[in-house]
Design a binder for this molecule. Structure first.
Ligand SMILES: NC(=O)c1ccc[n+]([C@@H]2O[C@H](COP(=O)([O-])OP(=O)(O)OC[C@H]3O[C@@H](n4cnc5c(N)ncnc54)[C@H](OP(=O)(O)O)[C@@H]3O)[C@@H](O)[C@H]2O)c1
Length: 260
């Protein structure tokens, strides 16, 4: 595993996404991810699986400090009291004393950003949350969130893959010491069937999904959180640190992206 160094933290470059994992399947998939070496887990109030993620953490036998746990508050819970209550609920379900990274799941223009950021800062002061961030925020929304917060934003979690390289946002994040957490790095599985990626993978003995993920994590200040319910694919997704794409391949992979 490689790590992203930011704000004095070492964040695993590959985390484990849990959207669409529920019930026993979620407990089993997160448990399997821990066994394979994943230490960064991404969940959300919206996924209704924090209880199961908490069970998997408990039965992993890992020390709390070995795990980096990120969860997100629903955009309908961004008022002061709602966010404080949502955080307590998440902590109870996760069976944890603190959350490593607490994100606003998506912006809500009906709630003043000052109010939400104040509530997040209160949670940091109370020790319930170690770090804060945002998700699905534009550059302008991210700037407004930071301008209203003493605590520094660690990340903006956004869709980010070779067909959606987010060049402007990445530049802005790098200039402002914020990390991007890439979600849907496989374009929800579609990139695993990409012939161009597979052709590059053949040079390294890797498959298309591994090339797609390598393209993401090879970029400074970017980490990612692929999801897989399948142990063999979970293993593939983490086995991407024994080769390096050339600069030409990095450019080639995203050159036909339909979105900037
Ligand atoms: N903040 C947000 O608004 C937001 C939005 C979307 C996602 N997320 C987070 O980001 C995580 C990842 O995104 P995602 O779940 O949308 O998409 P993704 O990770 O790009 O793709 C997941 C899909 O790809 C398949 N897959 C995984 N590894 C594979 C491999 N090696 N070969 C072939 N297929 C593979 C999975 O199927 P199997 O499970 O069958 O392997 C699943 O259908 C989510 O789980 C969630 O934690 C956040």
């Amino acid at each position: 595993m490689e790590f992203e160094s930011i704000h004095g933290e070492q964040i695993p470059k590959i985390g484990f996404g849990t959207w669409n994992l529920n019930g026993e399947e979620c407990v089993r998939a997160v448990g399997s991810a821990f066994e394979l070496g994943y230490r960064h887990i991404d969940t959300a109030e919206m996924y209704t699986n924090e209880q199961q993620v908490g069970e998997a953490i408990k039965s992993s036998g890992l020390e709390r400090g070995e795990i980096f746990l990120a969860t997100k508050v629903l955009s309908s819970n961004l008022r002061q009291n709602a966010i404080l209550e949502a955080c307590d609920r998440s902590l109870r379900k996760l069976k944890l004393d603190f959350i490593d990274l607490y994100l606003i799941h998506s912006p809500n223009s009906r709630v003043p950003i000052e109010e939400t950021m104040q509530a997040l800062n209160t949670l940091v002061e109370q020790g319930k949350v170690r770090m804060i961030g945002v998700s699905n925020f534009s550059i302008q929304q991210q700037a407004a969130a930071q301008a209203n917060s003493d605590a520094k934003l660690l990340t903006n979690q956004v869709i980010f893959h070779s067909q959606y390289p987010q060049r402007e946002l990445l530049k802005y994040c790098r200039e402002n010491d914020v990390m991007i957490t890439s979600y849907s790095p496989l374009a929800r599985g579609r990139l695993a069937m990409h012939k161009g990626l597979q052709a590059i993978g053949d040079r390294y003995g890797k498959n298309a999904a591994q090339i797609a993920l390598r393209w993401v994590v090879q970029q400074p200040q970017v980490v990612t959180i692929p999801k897989s319910s399948n142990r063999a694919r979970q293993r593939e997704n983490i086995e991407i640190f024994d080769f390096e794409l050339t600069d030409e391949e990095m450019t080639e992979i995203s050159k036909n992206s339909r979105f900037s």
